[in-house]
Design a protein around this ligand. Structure first.
Ligand SMILES: *Cc1c(COP(=O)(O)O)cnc(C)c1O
Length: 395
């Protein structure tokens, strides 16, 4: 791939090492030229590029209807509206996700119901899911954290048994597989995000995979002011829609990204493998880090996240991040447990409600992983992190 950094002209040791962020999008020159063409075309907002992107995404998703939007967040809100979820209803999800996942439930007037995570997968614990279902439950929003897919067989078995809709928050799992099937190519609603941190980007944007043309029509209405056009001058409005359409400029970026999907994800997988090899070395065995599930067949490796052993350290995560930063290494938190945010505490949640998500929320750390990174970058990260953890180990 042409995204690797240029080789240093002097020996590496003589060069200041550039800051390594935890992620960085890669946009190729052909895409930049394509965007310039769109800008010159006079057709800037939703048009042929957005339709071409929908067609490409639909191809990836086994021919199912796909519509694009200006965020991944609004796709989930719209899916809930199409499913008829609203006041008086409950929607089950995980507390360890980007807050958009549960905010959309509040947005449509329903109540989120959190189920704690499985500490190994860090996804919603399917063993606890059924106990959270009540007569008010209408839908489940599973999240594939870091791109590791939730067990779709068990999930859909539960959904069918209780007659629930599913809105897959696959924001992080475009290109992931479940038992050889592409995420998005099966199931109920599937929502993707194309935020710049995701494996493929439209700058800001998202897509929703739907079940049939009726749902796709509704999605189009919710996308733009509820408007339905017919003929040259026909216009009707039957529902309250928003302003969620994707521009052609953004769609052109997305088309350029999709051409690299397999190559990006293969590179991510290779780097993830290297991380396991590095953390698995004898000298790193005693760090006490919890590593992610070593899945090399299904995950798109959207992120590589370790969980710090807080009981064995004299410093908290923020200090670990500060010391990594001082060593020229970026890191991130994905995510604090949602139910402890002020908004959610006001709605009744409290510390202790979901101990596994709370522990992960305090200690999870996203370390650098993106396609243009090198194996040497990964080595630098592990060396720096291991040194920090050793320096601040409890006696
Ligand atoms: C990125 C993300 C979203 C929201 O996507 P936006 O495009 O930023 O609106 C939702 N859920 C998860 C898990 C995400 O990672």
């Amino acid at each position: 791939m042409s995204a690797t950094r240029p080789e240093p002209v002097a020996p590496a040791s003589a060069q200041p090492r550039p800051f390594l962020p935890f992620t960085r999008p890669f946009v190729d020159e052909a895409t930049i030229a394509g965007v310039a063409d769109v800008l010159r075309s006079g057709q800037l907002t939703t048009g042929p590029q957005a339709r071409a992107l929908e067609a490409k995404l639909s191809e990836h998703c086994g021919g199912r209807p796909v519509r694009v939007f200006n965020s991944g967040t609004c796709t989930m809100e719209i899916a809930l509206r199409i499913a008829g979820v609203g006041p008086g209803h409950e929607v089950i999800t995980t507390p360890l996700t980007w807050v958009a996942t549960s905010n959309v439930v509040l947005e449509v007037g329903a109540r989120p119901v959190f189920v704690d995570i499985d500490p190994v997968t860090r996804n919603i614990d399917l063993n606890r899911l059924e106990a959270a279902i009540t007569p008010a439950t209408r839908a489940i929003i599973p999240v594939d954290l870091a791109g590791l897919p939730v067990d779709r067989d068990r999930l859909y078995a539960i959904a069918r048994r209780h007659n629930l809709r599913v809105v897959e928050d696959a924001a992080q799992s475009y290109g992931s597989l479940w038992q050889g099937k592409k995420i998005g190519a099966f199931g109920d609603f599937v929502s993707f995000s194309f935020h710049p941190n995701k494996n493929v980007t439209t700058i800001e944007g998202g897509a929703l995979v739907l079940n049939d043309e009726r749902e796709a029509k509704l999605a189009e209405q919710y996308r733009l002011q509820g408007v339905v056009r017919t003929g040259f001058d026909g216009m009707e409005v039957e529902l309250v829609g928003g302003k969620f359409n994707l521009t052609d400029v953004a769609a052109r970026v997305g088309l350029g990204q999709l051409a690299h999907l397999d190559e990006f994800n293969a590179k991510r997988r290779e780097l993830a493998r290297h991380y396991f090899e590095l953390f698995g070395r004898p000298e790193n065995q005693d760090l006490g880090l919890r590593l992610p599930v070593p899945d090399f067949t299904q995950s798109n490796w959207h992120m590589f996240q370790v969980i710090l052993p807080e009981e064995r350290l004299t410093i908290r995560r923020a200090e670990v991040m500060a010391q990594l930063h001082a060593a020229g290494i970026g890191s991130g938190v994905h995510y604090p447990a949602i139910h402890l945010f002020a908004l959610y505490r006001r709605l009744g949640w409290k510390p202790g409600d979901f101990p596994q998500a709370e522990y992960a929320g305090r200690n999870i750390l996203t370390i650098p992983l993106f396609p243009a990174m090198t194996r040497a970058d990964a080595e630098r990260v592990v060396t720096a992190l291991a040194a920090i953890l050793r320096r601040h180990r409890k006696a």
